[in-house]
Design a protein around this ligand. Structure first.
Ligand code: NAD
Length: 322
């Protein structure tokens, strides 16, 4: 039986990945500081542990694994990573996790390890024009991410590549672009834009008002979780190292995103624009490389994933009322 280790298995992408690997017949060990928040873990073995601790890392890599996925990171939406208040934690915690996990995997002779980087590592100067952001993989340097979260991702990408070069490890690196879907954080400050708008639209009665940070003209693309996992597994089992974008090329303004959610809900709400942390002005995935190397692209439009996410968030909002 094939075995997989998923670090960050209590988080959004990790908990979905565990389910997918189980469906494929893997024996799966998950590790996280916490259990998944919204559903029982599907993992065969789930270790509650802090990956900043080298001893914990050694204890979880105690046997051969065919695939190791390193998704654990100190992360959140714009309200967490762009305010500046969490910079030291974000850099220290995530870098320590990556340093520990990669070195343990090397010493225990694990060959193949996946690392989840982020589109946040792309330089700010290519993302000032909301209509023409540039995020092709080869535009990463000269580096100038707009957040410390992005700098840590860039450092860790380089760390994985160095272990690949010097220690013959088969590292696989993806740069995720705004992954969303059911069973993701939807409240509490670490949620991202799609979940935040689904929640606001679900909570406010028709004719009311929702708040939005900034003028809403900044652009982004969003990728549904199932599509993301298709890309991850395809990359992991290919002979392509990356880094490669895993995202959608369906770029929308944040105003359009909010409108889409309102249409799904059948509500008309006005938008109040307020100051808040924003990130870059424009960002879109560039899928030319992943399509060329892996033949992958998303199969569904944004609205389909939003419908599934909205109905799940409506259920969560209803539960809190009980
Ligand atoms: P998430 O926050 O839901 O999951 C990360 C998990 O890591 C959390 O469950 C957290 O408890 C765990 N973790 C943090 N510190 C830990 C520690 N010291 N020891 C053990 N576990 C620890 O985030 P996600 O959305 O599932 O993202 C997964 C990965 O993908 C992260 O590396 C993130 O940076 C990257 N990524 C995500 C997106 C996105 O849109 N979701 C975009 C770009 C990159």
């Amino acid at each position: 039986m094939k075995k997989a280790l998923v670090c960050g298995a209590g988080g959004f992408i990790g908990s979905h990945l565990v389910k997918r690997l189980k469906k494929e017949g893997f024996w799966v060990r998950g590790v996280d500081l916490k259990y998944p928040e919204f559903a029982e873990t599907a993992a065969d073995d789930f270790v509650i542990g802090d990956l900043r601790d080298q001893q914990i890392c050694r204890s979880i890599v105690d046997q051969p694994f065919n695939e190791v996925y390193q998704l654990a990171a100190d992360m959140g939406g714009a309200g967490y990573i762009f305010t500046g208040e969490n910079d030291a934690d974000i850099m220290h915690n995530s870098a320590t996790i990556n340093l520990n996990m990669l070195d343990v995997c090397y010493k225990r002779n694990i060959k193949r390890i996946f690392y989840s980087s982020s589109a946040c590592m792309y330089p700010e100067y290519n993302q000032m024009d909301p209509d023409n952001p540039k995020c092709s993989e080869d535009s990463a340097y000269p580096a100038n991410p707009d957040s410390e979260y992005g700098w840590e991702k860039l450092f860790s990408e380089r760390l994985y590549l160095a272990y690949g070069r010097n220690h013959a490890m088969e590292v696989r690196i993806a740069r995720f672009h705004n992954i969303f879907g059911p069973e993701g954080t939807w409240t509490g400050g670490k949620e991202k834009a799609p979940a935040a708008f689904c929640r606001k639209v679900a909570e406010i009665p028709n004719g009311g008002e929702i708040e939005m940070w900034g003028d809403g003209k900044q652009t982004r693309s969003f990728l549904y979780i199932d599509e993301c996992l298709d890309g991850v597994l395809r990359l992991m089992r290919s002979d392509f190292t990356g880094p490669v974008n895993i995202g959608s090329e369906e770029m929308v303004t944040i105003n359009q995103l909010a409108q889409m959610v309102m249409e799904i809900a059948g509500k008309r709400l006005s938008i109040k624009h307020i100051p808040g942390p924003l990130g870059v002005r424009g960002r879109n995935s560039d899928n030319r490389l992943i399509h060329e190397k892996l033949g992958w692209k998303p199969s569904e439009p944004l609205v389909e994933g939003l419908k599934k996410t909205y109905s799940w968030i409506v259920e969560q909002v209803e539960k809190t009322k009980k």
